[in-house]
Design a protein around this ligand. Structure first.
Ligand code: LIP
Length: 268
């Protein structure tokens, strides 16, 4: 499949980091039995993956900036372009030996998402998209699911947990109750990037989460949109990064999911 030069660089960086994570994941599974657990080892794996990605991308685009989960903001001399990177999305899954995690890389130019790569190294599934060129899974075009009513849908979500900053557990439980009562299933898979990649691939009909970080969702936003889906913040706007929230699906399901989640906070 013909890809742009920068997409090829992003794909190679994601796959190189993914190969390292799979190797480290094998060790993590062995460490589950240790009382201390593999926390330090996983943190090192996370940082190794980010270092690999940063090296590969900055070799090809030395002037671009970065926003990365582990290293934060790395300013570039070219203020118009930045990579948004989550080197290991699904960290808790990885830590507990659950084989569901991914590398996520997005390219943003002048504030617009231009290219996206999400790579699941366990399943060897490569999700890619470039603005205006469609979305692909292992080089085969993918589209969001076509269901028209949320009552026929399986919906993904994030679930706040002990110690998660800015989480309102009570707020989420009200939202979950509404979605549970209006869908055929809710799934919490633990990796936002893969949740959005699965919406783009038609495996999940919709997904919402808050709070959520830009690096968790940047690549997924472009994938869903290029697969024919809609992605907004919970107000229906484009401030997912600023507000730390996301809701997505096909045009009808996105709207129905947004309304269902927001209905949880309307007085009876
Ligand atoms: C995770 C997300 C997940 C969210 C977790 C965490 P990480 O990203 O993928 O959806 O619920 O709180 O943010 O930390 O594994 O890169």
């Amino acid at each position: 499949m013909a890809r742009s030069a920068i997409m090829n660089v992003m794909v190679q960086a994601a796959m190189k980091a993914g190969r390292g994570l799979v190797r480290d994941f094998g060790e993590v599974q062995n460490l589950q039995v240790s009382v201390k657990g593999p926390g330090d080892f996983v943190s090192q794996a996370d940082h190794r993956a980010e270092k690999t990605i940063h090296y590969e991308l900055s070799k090809a685009r030395p002037d671009y900036g970065f926003l990365m989960e582990e290293s934060g903001v790395v300013e570039g001399t070219d203020a118009q372009h930045r990579f948004i990177v989550d080197p290991l999305d699904g960290t808790t899954n990885f830590l507990h030996g659950i084989p569901h995690f991914a590398v996520s890389i997005a390219l943003e130019s002048q504030g617009v998402l231009r290219a996206a790569v999400i790579y699941n190294p366990v399943a060897d599934e490569l999700f890619t998209a470039e603005r205006g060129d469609g979305a692909f899974l292992n080089d085969r075009r993918m589209r969001v699911a076509g269901r028209r009513e949320i009552t026929d849908c399986v919906i993904g979500c994030g679930v706040p947990y002990l110690g998660r900053k800015n989480s309102d557990h009570g707020k989420f439980l009200k939202e979950l109750q509404k979605v549970m009562m209006n869908s055929v299933g809710v799934r919490r898979n633990g990796a936002a990037a893969l949740d959005m990649a699965w919406v783009a691939a038609g495996r999940l009909d919709g997904y919402w989460e808050e709070p959520i970080m830009p690096w968790d969702i940047a690549a997924g936003i472009l994938l869903v949109r290029e697969a024919g889906g809609f992605v907004t913040d919970l107000n229906g706007g484009d401030k997912m990064f600023e507000r730390g929230e996301v809701v997505c699906g096909n045009e009808r399901i996105h709207r129905q999911l947004q309304d269902t989640v927001n209905s949880a906070h309307k007085s009876a």
